[in-house]
Design a protein around this ligand. Sequence first.
Ligand SMILES: [Zn+2]
Length: 277
Amino acid sequence: MRQFLLLAFLPLAAFSQPNGWNDPFPPHKVMDNVYFVGTKELASFLIVTPAGNILMNSNYETSVPLIRASVEKLGFKFSDIKILIAGHAHPDHVEGDALVKELTGAQVVVGRVDAPATRAFRPGGKEHPIDRLVDDGDTVTLGGTTLTAHLMPGHTKGCIAWTTDLKEEGKTYHAFIECSLNIQAMKFVGNTDYPQIVDDFRATYKKARTFPVEVFLSSHASFYGLQAKYEKLQKRGPGDPNPFVDPEGYKAHVDQFEKNFEAALARQLAQGEGKDK
Ligand SMILES: [Zn+2]
């Protein structure tokens, strides 16, 4: 809870690598062909197919060697990554795109609305690679796995969540890889850069409740309670449920983040903020 509060009110300026976010975390199988290869707080997922692999989220450029080590620790080749799905247009999810592209030659898939903001992240002056733009409802398919894009704006103008179906022990589960519902220190009143931010957030919380989420994943490990779920995974015996199947946790998470948003909005309206950024 303490960590959650910290994240919720973290100013944007603090995005230059908050303490511990980029520490290593044990790579592990989530379910079926989906593996966690991210860092302690920044989630990256490897989706393994017979035609090569998909990586979702490169994170910071300094995260890339850690992601690579995690991929190799699981027994996969980093060079088998054929598609990189860029996270939303914040540096902790996309700064490493150019380095991943350099190391793998992967096709870089970016949400169309977030593309201009994504392009602005150029570590070391490197051009940000963008090979394919996707819109709401578009799919990314490789080796029999299909991921579907869902535009959920607010956290960024073009935040995209992804869904796919996963199988375990003869059952099919709806998996949801959330973008972010987090408000950070965003300006809701008089935001001239993003005038529709309040409407977008409200529509996104509403949309968030329309997905039949069973396997709940997100761009930040703390958003889906990775630490506790990983501990359960370590102790999981035959017949025990997969800890990442958490439809109730997902609903509670949406409720909590919506509450944070409405409270912050009410505070800002009461303070009459809204002249400048
Ligand atoms: Zn973000």
